[in-house]
Design a protein. Structure first.
Length: 187
């Protein structure tokens, strides 16, 4: 029998207020992850190449859009995923941060720079758990440092029940609600 992880603590209201009051410089973005306010630079060109390729797949295969630069609220924090697969117009009329209603999948792409390993660890752990806690059906992690793509599915509490991985360059099977095969050549 597997021991259940401790119940994560919800984000304090005072931390959420401080996060909302941030005035981040252009070229940077802020997130509230695992009880910390994280400010990071915008990504490089290869990162954007991966995001655009996933956007093309989401559009061509499923008729959805990969929304960017939006903050999703989770019981665990407030995250700015690299992409949010949802129907066109799903975020119209919403504030700059919102609950993930109507979201089919979130995408995170790690930096390819070894010195950014801490950011990759946030994507692999706290953000994965936060997306599961927000009941987002799929979490796609393109891990450039480890050279693999992983899809997490079936959120259960603060984690996903299933995952599947492929080496970057190979095809990655994606389960419902975006069932299909994601080619990762060029990632």
């Amino acid at each position: 029998m597997t021991a259940m992880p401790e119940e994560p603590s919800p984000v304090r209201d005072d931390l959420r207020e401080a996060f909302a009051a941030l005035d981040v410089m252009p070229g940077f973005r802020a997130e509230l992850v695992d009880g910390e306010i994280i400010v990071s630079p915008t990504p490089d060109g290869q990162h954007e190449t991966v995001v655009v390729a996933v956007d093309d797949w989401v559009r061509d295969v499923h008729g959805l859009r990969l929304h960017r630069n939006l903050t999703l609220i989770s019981p665990e924090g407030e995250y700015v995923p690299d992409g949010i697969a949802a129907p066109k117009g799903a975020f119209a009329g919403r504030e700059w941060h919102s609950k993930p209603d109507g979201v089919a999948m979130v995408l995170e792409v790690t930096s390819g720079r070894p010195r950014d390993r801490k950011g990759a660890e946030r994507d692999r752990g706290p953000k994965r758990r936060g997306y599961a806690a927000a009941d987002i059906p799929l979490y796609l992690l393109i891990d450039r440092l480890d050279g693999k793509a992983t899809i997490f599915s079936e959120p259960r509490g603060d984690d996903y029940a299933h995952s599947a991985s492929a080496v970057l360059g190979d095809d990655l099977p994606i389960p419902e609600p975006l069932e299909g095969v994601l080619p990762t050549r060029g990632f």
